[in-house]
Design a binder for this molecule. Sequence first.
Ligand SMILES: Cc1cn([C@H]2C[C@H](O)[C@@H](COP(=O)(O)OP(=O)(O)O[C@H]3O[C@@H](C)C(=O)[C@@H](O)[C@H]3O)O2)c(=O)[nH]c1=O
Length: 187
Amino acid sequence: MNILETDIPGVRIIEPRKFGDHRGFFMESYSAPRLAEAGIDDHFVQDNHSLSAAAGTLRGLHCQTPPHAQAKLVRVTRGRVLDVAVDARRGSPTFGRHVAVELDPESARQLYVPVGFLHGFVTLEPDTEFLYKVSDCYAPECDTGVRFDDPDLGIDWGLNGREPVLSEKDSQLVSWADFDSPFTWEG
Ligand SMILES: Cc1cn([C@H]2C[C@H](O)[C@@H](COP(=O)(O)OP(=O)(O)O[C@H]3O[C@@H](C)C(=O)[C@@H](O)[C@H]3O)O2)c(=O)[nH]c1=O
């Protein structure tokens, strides 16, 4: 399992070792001790699984606020996404900046998104299945987010002018300027 840094310290790319043979492949898709060696020691309490039928489906940008903030460990088992994590920790040197990584089953890459980040993804293929672990349970009263296309964030979702498929909730999220982030950078 390789654990790679990204442009934002703390956001990590995980590359599980894949063993291929005539039957297919085997991999350890999650290993608590190996992640802990790299400083990722969240206690994941819930697994989520979503299917997005159409390419160009965009879910995000989301987070849960304290006391139910979530770290996430995300991956794709069918299709392909561009996955995005935005630093929402006040005082962080990378506040407002983002990491964008393509995830697909072939590479088996995962993204670790720490607490304090907004998270979202756009599907690049139809019938994309997205699986992730979260470190706190779903708490709808803490569920919030920011518009994916906020100009201050400047995220290139690769939509090239096309309108994404969005939930009603995501079409009504606030701007980055109006997002009163509850997260602070702890250095
Ligand atoms: C996230 C979530 C939703 N739900 C329910 C609420 C709702 O009726 C239905 C669909 O919820 P949403 O529209 O919020 O699902 P979705 O837009 O897929 O939300 C997810 O987006 C990605 C980008 C994330 O980072 C996740 O943390 C989560 O916010 O599922 C749960 O029961 N548990 C959960 O943990």
